[in-house]
Design a protein around this ligand. Sequence first.
Ligand SMILES: *[C@@H]1O[C@H](CO)[C@@H](O)[C@H](O)[C@H]1NC(C)=O
Ligand SMILES: *[C@@H]1O[C@H](CO)[C@@H](O)[C@H](O)[C@H]1NC(C)=O
Ligand SMILES: *[C@@H]1O[C@H](CO)[C@@H](O)[C@H](O)[C@H]1NC(C)=O
Ligand SMILES: *[C@@H]1O[C@H](CO)[C@@H](O)[C@H](O)[C@H]1NC(C)=O
Ligand SMILES: *[C@@H]1O[C@H](CO)[C@@H](O)[C@H](O)[C@H]1NC(C)=O
Ligand SMILES: *[C@@H]1O[C@H](CO)[C@@H](O)[C@H](O)[C@H]1NC(C)=O
Ligand SMILES: *[C@@H]1O[C@H](CO)[C@@H](O)[C@H](O)[C@H]1NC(C)=O
Ligand SMILES: *[C@@H]1O[C@H](CO)[C@@H](O)[C@H](O)[C@H]1NC(C)=O
Ligand SMILES: *[C@@H]1O[C@H](CO)[C@@H](O)[C@H](O)[C@H]1NC(C)=O
Ligand SMILES: *[C@@H]1O[C@H](CO)[C@@H](O)[C@H](O)[C@H]1NC(C)=O
Length: 407
Amino acid sequence: MLVKYLLPTLAAVGSVAAQSGVCTTTATINSQAEATQLASCRSIKGSVVIAPGAGPDIDISGPSEITGDLTIINNGGIGSLTANDLTKIGGTFLARNVTKLGTLAFPKLGSVQSLNWQSLNNLDTLKIALTQAVNVTISDTFLRSLDGIDLTSVASLDINNNKRLTSFVSSLANLSNTLTINANGLELAVALDKLIWIANMQISNVTSFSVSALKVVNSSARFDSNYFETFSAPNLTQTTTNDISFVGNAKLKNITLPRLTSIGGALLIANNTALGKVNGFPQLANINGAVKMRGNFTTVEFPSLDVVKGAFDISSTANIDDTCKNFEKQAPTTQGGNNDIQGKYSCTSDNADANSDTSSTTGGSGSGSNSGSGNGNGSDTNKNSAARLTGTTAALVLAALVAFQAL
Ligand SMILES: *[C@@H]1O[C@H](CO)[C@@H](O)[C@H](O)[C@H]1NC(C)=O
Ligand SMILES: *[C@@H]1O[C@H](CO)[C@@H](O)[C@H](O)[C@H]1NC(C)=O
Ligand SMILES: *[C@@H]1O[C@H](CO)[C@@H](O)[C@H](O)[C@H]1NC(C)=O
Ligand SMILES: *[C@@H]1O[C@H](CO)[C@@H](O)[C@H](O)[C@H]1NC(C)=O
Ligand SMILES: *[C@@H]1O[C@H](CO)[C@@H](O)[C@H](O)[C@H]1NC(C)=O
Ligand SMILES: *[C@@H]1O[C@H](CO)[C@@H](O)[C@H](O)[C@H]1NC(C)=O
Ligand SMILES: *[C@@H]1O[C@H](CO)[C@@H](O)[C@H](O)[C@H]1NC(C)=O
Ligand SMILES: *[C@@H]1O[C@H](CO)[C@@H](O)[C@H](O)[C@H]1NC(C)=O
Ligand SMILES: *[C@@H]1O[C@H](CO)[C@@H](O)[C@H](O)[C@H]1NC(C)=O
Ligand SMILES: *[C@@H]1O[C@H](CO)[C@@H](O)[C@H](O)[C@H]1NC(C)=O
């Protein structure tokens, strides 16, 4: 147990409540009788812990606010937790390893600082009206839908391993840290059509992903192992720093980013074996990092390409000689081009192993394969360098893995 608060004399709580409606207490609830003693508190100044042994049904209706945390951890017996009047939790709503919990009924709960739900394997009924939260994690539940969670602005949102979740539609307008969606129901359709800007996103295992209004990715966007056939971000103009990547999206046939003009980091497109043509980047002019592409494509077109500060490294299982001829003109001067591409230029056809390289490193032999975010420099020669696209992607992947293993 993380928390070991003791309930001070509950009778005293009740009497305080009777006078002011504000109970200053940190309560551990072991039974419904103890929960009932809080019913006359309008506001609880403090935190509430539902003990591991509490159950089978706990109702803490009465209070409209808990200024601290509401915590329930390692409770294997409780079936339902109800708080009909609660509108706000000032701290964290933490529920972890509560394996029989089927119902969370918080019909008026609109605001929490953080919501952190993990390993609620039976949770299939959710009543909530959440519109304000800073950080939200919903992991390993039995929920079919997240209706009732409708945030317009959030710092981080992590939805993973909810195996029955097949739809996530949200009016999210902006997200300032990271959106993670991973390993939910195999048919998960995600629609974030009000989203205007987002710092980072890591999207995996989704069947569709719609961001029709998205204008700016402030940091990075990564799409791994999804099931969509097309990807389009019709209004996306730039990633201000860091990468865009599509890796291992086996059905992906078409990437369309008609307004994208600049990428603040690198562009990685690898092992999307159904992607025949990369021609959905008509306005892409500036890439501050490297370009790395591996796949079965026959054509790559970046008709507006003006500057690539890092390496330009593409290789296909197919014959892409025409594509190579075209980009060769933009290679570094040391490789006979006009230096639009400042890192090492490499372009190869008929590489049977093209799809086995999904790493974000470019180069191999030769010069200037560095990339990074903006510090690409192709003029150093004869260094067998293999530079990372950027550290951010790796760090995010690592963070996602750690989060996943923490389950
Ligand atoms: C989950 O809670 C149960 C009690 O319900 C406990 O026995 C078990 O050790 C907990 N698991 C973890 C990973 O903490
Ligand atoms: C939200 O999550 C971020 C990143 O994990 C953390 O830095 C921040 O302190 C959290 N904010 C709150 C209010 O929990
Ligand atoms: C982010 O969203 C919040 C809530 O909708 C809004 O108040 C704020 O203006 C938005 N900020 C930006 C920069 O879009
Ligand atoms: C992201 O970019 C938008 C649009 O340029 C900007 O309004 C917002 O403040 C940026 N957010 C962060 C977290 O940098
Ligand atoms: C889900 O995506 C992850 C990458 O984030 C991948 O490793 C995993 O194989 C995918 N799961 C399925 C069932 O496709
Ligand atoms: C896309 O951007 C244009 C121009 O800024 C705007 O008029 C349009 O409403 C945006 N589309 C969506 C779906 O937000
Ligand atoms: C790719 O998708 C866009 C719309 O998202 C469509 O206009 C275009 O025709 C598609 N291209 C191919 C080759 O399927
Ligand atoms: C991609 O290329 C590899 C190697 O040539 C081949 O085995 C695979 O069948 C191709 N996949 C598709 C979808 O064309
Ligand atoms: C490429 O993607 C396929 C699924 O389409 C996966 O089985 C394979 O492991 C991936 N290869 C690499 C090197 O990631
Ligand atoms: C690139 O490297 C050369 C030679 O090492 C150096 O003179 C130049 O200043 C570097 N340019 C940048 C942008 O780092």
